[in-house]
Design a protein around this ligand. Structure first.
Ligand code: ATP
Ligand code: MG
Length: 384
Protein backbone atom coordinates (compact mmCIF):
# COMPACT_ATOMS: atom_id res chain seq x y z
CA UNK A 1 0.00 0.00 0.00
CA UNK A 2 1.54 3.29 -1.06
CA UNK A 3 0.70 6.65 0.48
CA UNK A 4 -0.01 9.25 -2.24
CA UNK A 5 -1.33 12.79 -2.55
CA UNK A 6 -4.05 13.22 -5.15
CA UNK A 7 -4.08 16.63 -6.85
CA UNK A 8 -7.13 18.01 -8.65
CA UNK A 9 -6.73 21.14 -10.66
CA UNK A 10 -8.97 24.15 -10.93
CA UNK A 11 -9.87 26.17 -14.00
CA UNK A 12 -7.21 24.61 -16.18
CA UNK A 13 -9.66 22.05 -17.49
CA UNK A 14 -11.57 24.85 -19.20
CA UNK A 15 -8.66 25.85 -21.38
CA UNK A 16 -9.38 23.90 -24.57
CA UNK A 17 -6.43 23.89 -26.94
CA UNK A 18 -4.01 25.58 -24.54
CA UNK A 19 -4.56 23.00 -21.87
CA UNK A 20 -1.13 21.42 -22.32
CA UNK A 21 0.54 24.77 -21.77
CA UNK A 22 -1.35 25.39 -18.53
CA UNK A 23 -0.72 21.87 -17.30
CA UNK A 24 3.02 22.10 -17.91
CA UNK A 25 3.18 25.41 -16.01
CA UNK A 26 1.14 23.89 -13.19
CA UNK A 27 3.38 20.83 -12.92
CA UNK A 28 6.52 22.97 -13.02
CA UNK A 29 5.13 25.18 -10.23
CA UNK A 30 4.36 22.13 -8.07
CA UNK A 31 7.93 20.94 -8.60
CA UNK A 32 9.28 24.35 -7.58
CA UNK A 33 7.18 24.44 -4.44
CA UNK A 34 8.44 20.98 -3.40
CA UNK A 35 12.07 21.67 -4.24
CA UNK A 36 14.39 20.00 -1.74
CA UNK A 37 11.73 17.51 -0.55
CA UNK A 38 11.92 13.91 -1.79
CA UNK A 39 8.92 13.17 -4.04
CA UNK A 40 7.79 12.26 -7.55
CA UNK A 41 4.90 13.88 -9.42
CA UNK A 42 3.04 11.84 -12.01
CA UNK A 43 0.16 12.83 -14.25
CA UNK A 44 -2.77 10.46 -14.22
CA UNK A 45 -5.87 11.04 -16.35
CA UNK A 46 -7.02 14.51 -15.40
CA UNK A 47 -5.17 14.70 -12.09
CA UNK A 48 -1.70 14.43 -10.63
CA UNK A 49 -0.32 12.07 -8.03
CA UNK A 50 2.52 12.93 -5.68
CA UNK A 51 4.33 9.73 -4.76
CA UNK A 52 7.50 8.38 -3.17
CA UNK A 53 7.76 10.92 -0.36
CA UNK A 54 8.73 10.27 3.24
CA UNK A 55 5.73 9.70 5.49
CA UNK A 56 6.97 12.27 8.00
CA UNK A 57 6.88 15.03 5.37
CA UNK A 58 3.22 14.75 4.41
CA UNK A 59 2.09 17.81 6.38
CA UNK A 60 4.90 19.93 5.01
CA UNK A 61 4.14 18.85 1.43
CA UNK A 62 0.42 19.50 1.85
CA UNK A 63 1.07 22.96 3.29
CA UNK A 64 3.25 23.87 0.33
CA UNK A 65 0.90 22.46 -2.29
CA UNK A 66 -2.14 24.28 -0.94
CA UNK A 67 -0.36 27.50 -2.00
CA UNK A 68 0.13 26.48 -5.63
CA UNK A 69 -2.34 28.41 -7.77
CA UNK A 70 -4.30 26.27 -10.20
CA UNK A 71 -4.98 23.55 -7.62
CA UNK A 72 -8.58 23.03 -6.63
CA UNK A 73 -8.23 20.38 -3.93
CA UNK A 74 -6.00 17.59 -2.78
CA UNK A 75 -6.42 14.42 -0.75
CA UNK A 76 -3.93 12.32 1.14
CA UNK A 77 -4.70 8.66 0.58
CA UNK A 78 -3.43 5.34 -0.65
CA UNK A 79 -2.82 3.78 -4.01
CA UNK A 80 -3.36 0.00 -4.09
CA UNK A 81 -3.87 -2.69 -6.71
CA UNK A 82 -7.50 -2.91 -7.78
CA UNK A 83 -8.25 -5.85 -5.50
CA UNK A 84 -11.02 -5.88 -2.90
CA UNK A 85 -8.74 -6.99 -0.03
CA UNK A 86 -6.21 -4.28 -0.78
CA UNK A 87 -8.96 -1.68 -1.17
CA UNK A 88 -10.41 -2.73 2.18
CA UNK A 89 -7.01 -2.48 3.88
CA UNK A 90 -6.60 1.06 2.51
CA UNK A 91 -10.14 1.98 3.58
CA UNK A 92 -9.28 0.90 7.15
CA UNK A 93 -6.20 3.15 7.06
CA UNK A 94 -8.04 6.28 5.92
CA UNK A 95 -11.16 5.70 8.03
CA UNK A 96 -11.88 7.88 11.07
CA UNK A 97 -11.86 5.85 14.30
CA UNK A 98 -15.53 6.45 15.08
CA UNK A 99 -18.54 8.25 13.65
CA UNK A 100 -20.95 7.84 10.77
CA UNK A 101 -19.74 7.31 7.24
CA UNK A 102 -20.59 6.30 3.74
CA UNK A 103 -18.46 4.81 0.97
CA UNK A 104 -18.51 6.50 -2.42
CA UNK A 105 -17.02 4.67 -5.37
CA UNK A 106 -16.08 5.90 -8.80
CA UNK A 107 -15.20 3.16 -11.27
CA UNK A 108 -13.30 4.32 -14.34
CA UNK A 109 -12.20 0.74 -15.05
CA UNK A 110 -15.36 -0.79 -16.45
CA UNK A 111 -13.66 -4.21 -16.55
CA UNK A 112 -13.47 -4.36 -12.76
CA UNK A 113 -15.87 -7.23 -11.82
CA UNK A 114 -17.99 -5.29 -9.29
CA UNK A 115 -20.01 -2.18 -10.08
CA UNK A 116 -19.60 1.01 -8.02
CA UNK A 117 -22.58 0.46 -5.64
CA UNK A 118 -21.44 -3.13 -5.07
CA UNK A 119 -17.92 -2.03 -4.19
CA UNK A 120 -19.29 0.63 -1.79
CA UNK A 121 -21.61 -1.87 -0.13
CA UNK A 122 -18.94 -4.56 0.23
CA UNK A 123 -16.27 -2.24 1.65
CA UNK A 124 -18.81 -0.46 3.90
CA UNK A 125 -20.01 -3.81 5.27
CA UNK A 126 -16.47 -5.00 6.00
CA UNK A 127 -15.65 -1.69 7.74
CA UNK A 128 -18.70 -2.07 10.01
CA UNK A 129 -17.49 -5.54 11.03
CA UNK A 130 -13.94 -4.32 11.50
CA UNK A 131 -14.72 -1.31 13.72
CA UNK A 132 -17.80 -1.40 15.97
CA UNK A 133 -17.54 2.37 16.60
CA UNK A 134 -18.61 3.11 13.03
CA UNK A 135 -22.08 3.34 11.61
CA UNK A 136 -23.37 4.02 8.13
CA UNK A 137 -25.29 7.19 7.30
CA UNK A 138 -25.70 7.68 3.56
CA UNK A 139 -27.53 11.02 3.93
CA UNK A 140 -25.43 13.01 6.39
CA UNK A 141 -22.24 11.07 7.06
CA UNK A 142 -19.54 12.55 9.28
CA UNK A 143 -16.93 11.32 6.83
CA UNK A 144 -16.78 9.71 3.39
CA UNK A 145 -14.46 6.95 2.23
CA UNK A 146 -13.79 7.62 -1.44
CA UNK A 147 -12.75 4.79 -3.73
CA UNK A 148 -11.55 5.58 -7.22
CA UNK A 149 -10.95 2.49 -9.38
CA UNK A 150 -8.62 3.68 -12.12
CA UNK A 151 -8.13 2.20 -15.57
CA UNK A 152 -4.49 1.27 -14.93
CA UNK A 153 -5.25 -1.55 -12.48
CA UNK A 154 -4.74 0.76 -9.49
CA UNK A 155 -7.27 2.15 -7.04
CA UNK A 156 -7.07 5.35 -5.00
CA UNK A 157 -8.64 5.36 -1.54
CA UNK A 158 -8.98 8.56 0.49
CA UNK A 159 -11.10 10.33 3.04
CA UNK A 160 -10.90 14.15 3.08
CA UNK A 161 -10.78 16.80 0.37
CA UNK A 162 -8.43 19.62 1.35
CA UNK A 163 -9.39 22.94 -0.25
CA UNK A 164 -6.53 24.57 -2.16
CA UNK A 165 -5.81 28.01 -3.65
CA UNK A 166 -7.71 27.66 -6.98
CA UNK A 167 -6.85 30.23 -9.68
CA UNK A 168 -4.49 29.78 -12.63
CA UNK A 169 -0.86 28.60 -12.64
CA UNK A 170 1.57 31.44 -12.00
CA UNK A 171 3.49 32.28 -15.17
CA UNK A 172 0.59 31.77 -17.58
CA UNK A 173 -0.70 35.38 -17.53
CA UNK A 174 2.37 37.53 -18.04
CA UNK A 175 4.47 39.37 -15.53
CA UNK A 176 3.75 42.41 -13.35
CA UNK A 177 5.55 44.69 -10.92
CA UNK A 178 3.89 45.00 -7.51
CA UNK A 179 4.57 48.11 -5.45
CA UNK A 180 5.14 46.40 -2.12
CA UNK A 181 4.98 48.55 0.99
CA UNK A 182 5.10 47.09 4.48
CA UNK A 183 1.35 47.47 4.90
CA UNK A 184 -1.62 45.13 4.80
CA UNK A 185 -2.87 45.97 1.34
CA UNK A 186 -0.10 45.52 -1.19
CA UNK A 187 0.76 41.86 -0.34
CA UNK A 188 -2.94 41.05 -0.77
CA UNK A 189 -2.99 42.84 -4.13
CA UNK A 190 0.02 40.77 -5.27
CA UNK A 191 -1.61 37.57 -4.07
CA UNK A 192 -4.80 38.30 -5.99
CA UNK A 193 -3.03 39.04 -9.25
CA UNK A 194 -0.74 36.00 -8.90
CA UNK A 195 -3.88 33.94 -8.41
CA UNK A 196 -4.92 34.86 -11.93
CA UNK A 197 -1.64 33.43 -13.22
CA UNK A 198 0.60 36.48 -13.32
CA UNK A 199 4.23 36.19 -12.29
CA UNK A 200 4.82 38.94 -9.75
CA UNK A 201 7.99 40.96 -9.12
CA UNK A 202 8.12 43.44 -6.24
CA UNK A 203 9.44 46.96 -5.84
CA UNK A 204 9.83 48.57 -2.44
CA UNK A 205 10.75 52.18 -1.70
CA UNK A 206 12.50 53.03 1.53
CA UNK A 207 13.81 56.19 3.04
CA UNK A 208 16.66 54.93 5.21
CA UNK A 209 17.77 56.34 7.68
CA UNK A 210 14.36 57.99 8.16
CA UNK A 211 12.89 54.48 7.99
CA UNK A 212 14.72 51.75 9.91
CA UNK A 213 16.12 48.30 9.22
CA UNK A 214 13.16 46.56 10.86
CA UNK A 215 10.88 48.22 8.32
CA UNK A 216 13.09 46.79 5.59
CA UNK A 217 13.09 43.33 7.17
CA UNK A 218 9.30 43.46 7.34
CA UNK A 219 9.12 43.96 3.58
CA UNK A 220 11.59 41.14 2.98
CA UNK A 221 9.44 38.87 5.16
CA UNK A 222 6.32 39.88 3.22
CA UNK A 223 8.05 39.20 -0.10
CA UNK A 224 9.02 35.77 1.21
CA UNK A 225 5.43 34.99 2.22
CA UNK A 226 4.26 36.07 -1.23
CA UNK A 227 7.00 34.03 -2.90
CA UNK A 228 5.44 30.79 -1.63
CA UNK A 229 2.49 31.58 -3.88
CA UNK A 230 4.46 33.00 -6.79
CA UNK A 231 7.09 30.25 -7.11
CA UNK A 232 9.90 32.58 -6.11
CA UNK A 233 9.99 36.34 -6.23
CA UNK A 234 12.31 39.16 -7.20
CA UNK A 235 12.36 42.06 -4.76
CA UNK A 236 13.85 45.35 -5.96
CA UNK A 237 14.52 48.07 -3.43
CA UNK A 238 15.00 51.77 -4.22
CA UNK A 239 15.73 54.69 -1.88
CA UNK A 240 13.46 57.72 -2.20
CA UNK A 241 15.23 59.58 0.60
CA UNK A 242 16.68 62.28 -1.61
CA UNK A 243 13.40 62.74 -3.49
CA UNK A 244 11.55 63.24 -0.21
CA UNK A 245 14.14 65.69 1.07
CA UNK A 246 13.93 67.71 -2.12
CA UNK A 247 10.12 67.79 -2.08
CA UNK A 248 10.28 68.83 1.57
CA UNK A 249 12.78 71.57 0.79
CA UNK A 250 11.17 73.05 -2.32
CA UNK A 251 7.47 72.19 -2.50
CA UNK A 252 4.32 73.01 -0.57
CA UNK A 253 4.25 70.40 2.22
CA UNK A 254 0.62 69.54 1.57
CA UNK A 255 1.72 67.94 -1.74
CA UNK A 256 4.36 65.68 -0.16
CA UNK A 257 2.59 62.35 -0.65
CA UNK A 258 0.99 63.34 -3.93
CA UNK A 259 4.31 64.24 -5.52
CA UNK A 260 6.14 61.29 -3.94
CA UNK A 261 3.54 58.97 -5.49
CA UNK A 262 4.30 60.38 -8.92
CA UNK A 263 8.00 59.71 -8.43
CA UNK A 264 7.21 56.17 -7.27
CA UNK A 265 5.16 55.53 -10.37
CA UNK A 266 7.85 56.87 -12.69
CA UNK A 267 10.51 54.72 -11.03
CA UNK A 268 8.19 51.72 -11.14
CA UNK A 269 7.57 52.12 -14.85
CA UNK A 270 11.27 52.53 -15.53
CA UNK A 271 12.07 49.34 -13.61
CA UNK A 272 9.14 47.44 -15.11
CA UNK A 273 10.34 48.21 -18.63
CA UNK A 274 13.90 47.18 -17.75
CA UNK A 275 12.73 43.87 -16.23
CA UNK A 276 10.01 42.97 -18.74
CA UNK A 277 7.07 43.57 -16.42
CA UNK A 278 3.91 44.29 -18.38
CA UNK A 279 1.99 46.23 -15.74
CA UNK A 280 2.23 47.91 -12.35
CA UNK A 281 0.17 46.57 -9.44
CA UNK A 282 -0.70 48.60 -6.33
CA UNK A 283 -2.64 47.95 -3.13
CA UNK A 284 -4.74 51.08 -3.46
CA UNK A 285 -8.37 50.95 -2.41
CA UNK A 286 -10.68 53.79 -3.37
CA UNK A 287 -11.09 56.36 -0.62
CA UNK A 288 -9.20 54.36 2.00
CA UNK A 289 -6.79 57.15 2.87
CA UNK A 290 -6.23 60.75 1.76
CA UNK A 291 -3.96 59.81 -1.14
CA UNK A 292 -6.35 57.22 -2.54
CA UNK A 293 -9.08 59.49 -3.84
CA UNK A 294 -9.83 59.34 -7.54
CA UNK A 295 -8.05 62.73 -7.83
CA UNK A 296 -4.97 61.25 -6.11
CA UNK A 297 -5.01 58.27 -8.45
CA UNK A 298 -5.43 60.56 -11.45
CA UNK A 299 -2.37 62.50 -10.33
CA UNK A 300 -0.13 59.44 -9.85
CA UNK A 301 -1.49 57.66 -12.90
CA UNK A 302 -0.85 60.56 -15.24
CA UNK A 303 2.95 60.15 -15.11
CA UNK A 304 2.73 56.58 -16.44
CA UNK A 305 3.62 56.51 -20.11
CA UNK A 306 2.34 53.20 -21.36
CA UNK A 307 1.83 50.41 -18.81
CA UNK A 308 -1.54 49.60 -17.27
CA UNK A 309 -1.81 50.03 -13.50
CA UNK A 310 -3.78 47.23 -11.84
CA UNK A 311 -5.48 48.05 -8.54
CA UNK A 312 -7.19 44.79 -7.59
CA UNK A 313 -8.31 46.07 -4.16
CA UNK A 314 -10.01 49.18 -5.44
CA UNK A 315 -13.52 48.05 -4.56
CA UNK A 316 -12.72 46.29 -1.29
CA UNK A 317 -13.44 47.42 2.26
CA UNK A 318 -10.58 47.27 4.74
CA UNK A 319 -12.12 44.33 6.61
CA UNK A 320 -12.33 42.31 3.41
CA UNK A 321 -8.66 43.04 2.74
CA UNK A 322 -7.73 42.03 6.30
CA UNK A 323 -9.58 38.74 5.88
CA UNK A 324 -7.55 37.99 2.75
CA UNK A 325 -4.34 39.09 4.44
CA UNK A 326 -4.99 36.62 7.26
CA UNK A 327 -5.90 33.84 4.84
CA UNK A 328 -2.64 34.25 2.92
CA UNK A 329 -0.63 34.36 6.15
CA UNK A 330 0.69 37.93 5.81
CA UNK A 331 -1.34 39.75 8.45
CA UNK A 332 0.90 39.21 11.49
CA UNK A 333 3.89 40.56 9.58
CA UNK A 334 1.96 43.45 8.02
CA UNK A 335 0.87 44.80 11.40
CA UNK A 336 4.40 45.00 12.82
CA UNK A 337 4.61 48.66 13.82
CA UNK A 338 7.42 50.05 11.65
CA UNK A 339 7.01 53.15 9.57
CA UNK A 340 6.72 53.27 5.80
CA UNK A 341 8.54 56.00 3.87
CA UNK A 342 5.19 57.67 3.11
CA UNK A 343 5.00 58.78 6.75
CA UNK A 344 8.33 60.65 6.56
CA UNK A 345 7.78 64.44 6.34
CA UNK A 346 4.04 63.76 6.47
CA UNK A 347 2.18 67.10 6.47
CA UNK A 348 -0.58 67.81 9.01
CA UNK A 349 -3.02 68.52 6.20
CA UNK A 350 -2.26 66.63 2.99
CA UNK A 351 -4.10 67.64 -0.18
CA UNK A 352 -6.99 65.21 -0.48
CA UNK A 353 -8.30 66.12 -3.92
CA UNK A 354 -5.23 67.43 -5.72
CA UNK A 355 -5.82 69.36 -8.97
CA UNK A 356 -3.47 67.99 -11.58
CA UNK A 357 -2.29 71.41 -12.76
CA UNK A 358 -1.41 72.43 -9.17
CA UNK A 359 0.55 69.21 -8.64
CA UNK A 360 2.46 69.75 -11.87
CA UNK A 361 3.23 73.36 -10.87
CA UNK A 362 4.58 72.28 -7.47
CA UNK A 363 6.59 69.45 -8.95
CA UNK A 364 8.12 71.79 -11.56
CA UNK A 365 10.24 73.23 -8.73
CA UNK A 366 12.27 70.00 -8.81
CA UNK A 367 14.84 68.59 -11.21
CA UNK A 368 12.72 65.51 -11.90
CA UNK A 369 15.02 63.65 -14.29
CA UNK A 370 18.09 64.08 -12.11
CA UNK A 371 16.20 62.87 -9.02
CA UNK A 372 14.89 59.85 -10.90
CA UNK A 373 18.38 58.89 -12.12
CA UNK A 374 19.84 59.35 -8.69
CA UNK A 375 17.11 57.23 -7.03
CA UNK A 376 17.41 54.55 -9.70
CA UNK A 377 21.13 54.30 -8.96
CA UNK A 378 20.27 53.04 -5.44
CA UNK A 379 18.50 49.98 -6.87
CA UNK A 380 19.23 46.71 -5.01
CA UNK A 381 17.83 43.39 -6.22
CA UNK A 382 17.14 40.27 -4.17
CA UNK A 383 15.66 36.92 -5.16
CA UNK A 384 13.57 34.78 -2.79
P1 ATP B 1 -0.43 49.23 2.08
O1 ATP B 1 -1.28 48.58 3.12
O2 ATP B 1 -0.17 48.37 0.89
O3 ATP B 1 0.79 49.87 2.65
P2 ATP B 1 -1.79 51.68 2.40
O4 ATP B 1 -3.21 51.49 2.75
O5 ATP B 1 -0.82 52.00 3.46
O6 ATP B 1 -1.33 50.41 1.55
P3 ATP B 1 -0.73 53.84 0.85
O7 ATP B 1 0.34 54.09 1.82
O8 ATP B 1 -1.56 54.96 0.36
O9 ATP B 1 -1.79 52.79 1.29
O10 ATP B 1 -0.10 53.11 -0.40
C1 ATP B 1 -0.89 52.77 -1.51
C2 ATP B 1 -0.10 51.80 -2.37
O11 ATP B 1 1.10 52.43 -2.84
C3 ATP B 1 0.38 50.60 -1.59
O12 ATP B 1 -0.60 49.59 -1.51
C4 ATP B 1 1.57 50.17 -2.41
O13 ATP B 1 1.17 49.45 -3.55
C5 ATP B 1 2.16 51.50 -2.84
N1 ATP B 1 3.18 51.93 -1.85
C6 ATP B 1 3.05 52.74 -0.79
N2 ATP B 1 4.21 52.87 -0.13
C7 ATP B 1 5.12 52.11 -0.77
C8 ATP B 1 6.50 51.81 -0.58
N3 ATP B 1 7.19 52.31 0.43
N4 ATP B 1 7.10 50.98 -1.46
C9 ATP B 1 6.42 50.46 -2.50
N5 ATP B 1 5.11 50.70 -2.72
C10 ATP B 1 4.46 51.50 -1.88
MG1 MG C 1 1.19 51.68 3.59
Amino acid sequence: MEKVIIIRYAEIHLKGKNRGYFERAFAANMEKSLKGIRHEIRRQSGRYLVEKFDDGEVDKIVKKLTKVFGMHSLSVGYQVNSDMDEIFAAACEVSDKFGSFKVETHRADKKFPLKSPQISAAIGGRLLDYNKNLKVDVHEPEFVINIDVRENGKTLVFNKFIKCADGMPVGTAGRGLLLLSGGIDSPVAGHMIAKRGMKVDCLHFHSYPYTNMQARQKVIDLAQILSEYTCGIRLSIISVKEIQEEIHKHCNGAYMVTILRRFMMRLAERLAKKDGDQCIITGESLGQVASQTIEGMTSSNSVIESLPVLRPLCGFDKNEIIERSRAMGAYDVSIRPYEDCCTVFLPDYPIIKPKLEDVIAEEAKLDIERLLDSAFATLEVKEY
